[in-house]
Design a protein around this ligand. Structure first.
Ligand SMILES: *Cc1c(COP(=O)(O)O)cnc(C)c1O
Length: 346
């Protein structure tokens, strides 16, 4: 979802952006009017996330999936080694991709328990070039409540499904990346936040477009950036700021998630899928244990206007994705429907 307020502003500005005589969708990325939008988006992201001065912000394309390759191509270059925590299907894809470029290992994995928890306290190789984590596991509904201790080893995080959902201490990371389409903007934009010392370490063989240095040097304008998604990201960031920033987002998100987890914890029908201490506040996963009953739940929900509740095909069951833009009332309605469904089907 995108916030309705944001969609209304975008609609109002669609034909004529602030008297410019054009739509943002038509603008040259080199025009003065567009560059002001772009600069404002970066400034807002830096402000909202409190990004320190020694980090660069990049607005790229290719999705989080392209970062699965760009991270090792640019960062697995000192010792040629990287450690991965395999906590879900995206984490596993990132790990598999890294093995193409060097000695990448799964330092920890929860795959044998269907990715239902986050491994903790696992050793990482002292000469690893980085540790990669997927901070919120979108499909399985788990999230790191605490970050792994990596000492001087850079921590790299895929934050596609949790960026902007809670305050983040950016200084704890070497690199953060996120496909913007879950919590920031429409599809097409990928955000990378990279510590300066990690830029410029890629070998010459790395393609120009896949080298972070290219985009740092060109201020994300080496080629045409995803202009319209960046504009929408700016509107979303203005919306977050107006609501009180990330501390307030976290409060609201925790309240929304608690409504659903509370139903699950008091249910004799529904089984929550994620370990309690690792629960995500963005993706709530559960099932009844009976595939036909799950299908009945999803169909009944759809009839009440509660859509997209079918779990990912890899896990089945149900998943409520309750990103920032999901209003509290959406979770209230779902919680009420869950209770009603249990009453009628126990
Ligand atoms: C959705 C998602 C991805 C894939 O993102 P694309 O931008 O489609 O490549 C990767 N990682 C996580 C955690 C996701 O939620």
């Amino acid at each position: 979802m995108l916030p309705e307020e944001v969609l209304r502003i975008a609609a109002d500005e669609m034909l004529d952006y602030k008297g410019s005589g054009m739509s943002v969708a038509e603008m040259s990325h080199r025009s003065k009017v567009y560059i002001a939008i772009f600069d404002e988006c970066e400034a807002l992201l830096r402000e909202v996330m409190a990004i320190p001065e020694n980090y660069k912000v990049l607005f790229l394309q290719g999705g989080a999936s392209t970062q699965f390759a760009m991270v090792p191509m640019n960062l697995m270059t000192k010792n040629g080694k990287a450690d991965y925590a395999v906590t879900g299907s995206f984490a596993k894809k990132a790990y598999k991709e890294a093995t193409k470029f060097g000695d990448a290992i799964a330092a920890a994995s929860s795959e044998d328990q269907n990715f239902s928890f986050i491994p903790k306290g696992f050793p990482i190789r002292p000469d690893a070039d980085y540790l990669h984590i997927c901070q919120n596991n979108t499909i399985f509904g788990t999230h790191y409540a605490e970050l792994p201790e990596t000492g001087d080893i850079p921590l790299v995080a895929d934050m596609s499904s949790c960026i902007l959902s809670e305050p983040t201490d950016v200084s704890k990371y070497g690199l953060i990346y996120a496909g913007a389409q879950k919590n920031m903007a429409p599809a097409g934009l990928t955000v990378v936040i990279i510590r300066e010392d990690l830029v410029g370490n890629a070998p010459d063989s790395v393609p120009t477009m896949l080298n972070y240095k290219t985009h740092v040097d060109a201020g994300s304008m080496y080629n045409t950036p995803p202009c319209y998604s960046i504009y929408m990201c700016k509107l979303v960031l203005e919306w977050i700021k107006s609501k009180g920033g990330l501390a307030e987002m976290k409060k609201i998100n925790e309240k929304k998630a608690a409504m659903l987890y509370d139903v699950l914890d008091h249910s004799e029908l529904f089984i929550p899928k994620a370990a309690k201490e690792d629960r995500s506040i963005m993706n709530v996963t559960f099932a009844t244990g009976d595939a036909d009953l799950d299908a009945k739940f999803v169909a009944g929900a759809t009839a009440e206007g509660l859509v997209n509740l079918k779990g990912h095909r890899l896990v089945g069951g149900m998943r409520a994705s309750i990103y920032n833009a999901m209003p509290v009332e959406g979770c209230e309605k779902l919680a009420a429907y869950m209770k009603k469904f249990e009453e009628e089907n126990k």
